[in-house]
Design a protein around this ligand. Sequence first.
Ligand code: ADP
Ligand code: MG
Length: 493
Amino acid sequence: MTFAMSEPARKSKLLKGATGDWEVVIGLEVHAQVTSEAKLFSGASTAFGGEPNSQVSLVDAAMPGMLPVINEECIRQAVRTGLGLNAKINLRSVFDRKNYFYPDLPQGYQISQYKSPIVGEGEIAIDMPDGETVKVGIERVHLEQDAGKLLHDQQPNMSLVDLNRSGVALMEIVSKPDLRSADEAKAYVSKLRTILRYLGTCDGDMEKGNLRADVNVSVRRPGDPFGTRCEIKNVNSIRFIGQAVEYEARRQVDLIEDGGTVEQETRLFDPNKGETRPMRSKEEAHDYRYFPDPDLLPLEMPQALVDDLKAHLPELPDQKKARFIRDYALTAYDANVLTAERAAADYFEDMARGRDAKAAANWVTNELAGRLNKEGKDILASPISSSQLGAILDLIAAGTISGKIAKDLFEIVWSEGGDPRQIVKDRGMEQVTDLSAIEKVVDDIVAANPDKVEQAKNNPKLAGWFVGQVMKASGGKANPQAVSDLLKRKLGL
Ligand code: ADP
Ligand code: MG
């Protein structure tokens, strides 16, 4: 393993202690459920929410004499993932048995990959809100089986087991200890999830447990070798990952500054208290008695398979972002926001084609995103389609409606649907640029406010007050520029 120990500490990320600054070091092991119809070594379904134990083959239940048969789709998904993480694909990998006892693990071992994983070293770039780009090394990605689930709250005097998840394929994506703050850890998981979703290799649904992270945290003085780490198991939301890092780093700093030492251990995060607490002392690899699974030959893949998967990868977030900056002249910030979700990027592109891209980006990231958020809706379920929002943009660009009326129109289309052009016609929402129609209103307001007219002659900024009055009197439909021009003339400015 290569640790970049000499790399200078990222100053802004340092944690203040009573005795000076500390650097937080974080490495994540992310478990991502592979998107596939069937399990890693059996044909049983992976669908979510089935009746307990309704998706369990004889292999998953570990009936004697059953043999695992590898699911090729899971292999392809792992390779796609490796390619998406700019990682080395190992054409030969080995499945091992990781032996331990737990009631939700009928085999008494988990089939995993130990010394020879399917994917080797790679790298992800994460974009921080302050504009900094942080490169995070990937140590490896390996395939393994998920376990079943114990249900402790169904019966008063016994626990039940549901084996539907038993044998479902997981990818364990292990980062190098390259992260230096809670915010970096959160940004890393978001970016990883975005990449997996673009690839279609994991749906990234953390609420269903389809993506979860073991969070390794240690602290050190800047420039020192790595400190002893604690591993916080199975954290299942991005917000909790941030909280777990913050709590754990502070705990370790306080402990060391009080003269104690950090013991390597496995801890649990309690979301209600925002704390981590000890679970067990850290197990060592030799505790698991890893050995190659005698039921499975080493996995050998032809280079042609990898080449073929590579040739058919979709455009990935970083590529899309670069293209948006280049082709649509978007800021890095807007491009980042728009490419975080593939559906949002598609929506934006549909809308931006042949239109002012900056305006399209603004509408998608502000008005639309805000409205979707408020109702907890996904952009795929947006009541306003990209062509409807595009039509609103066209109406603004043509000067048919003002920006203010456009927001009202947005609300109408959002709740009632329909063709924005037709709605503007039917409801007389066009902005008034016809000066003769405005002139009467302007004259009335000027006549009614002689004192203000005098003041405005000395202080032309006060013309703004008149513009406001005229806009109000016109129900927001007057063209502000036309009003302003006309007023200047009337007030003699
Ligand atoms: P294990 O297999 O025992 O869990 P690994 O060496 O594979 O240990 O590391 C697991 C994770 O812990 C990796 O994500 C790695 O980046 C991280 N890690 C290793 N050393 C440290 C450290 N000193 N501080 C924080 N994270 C660490
Ligand atoms: Mg580990």
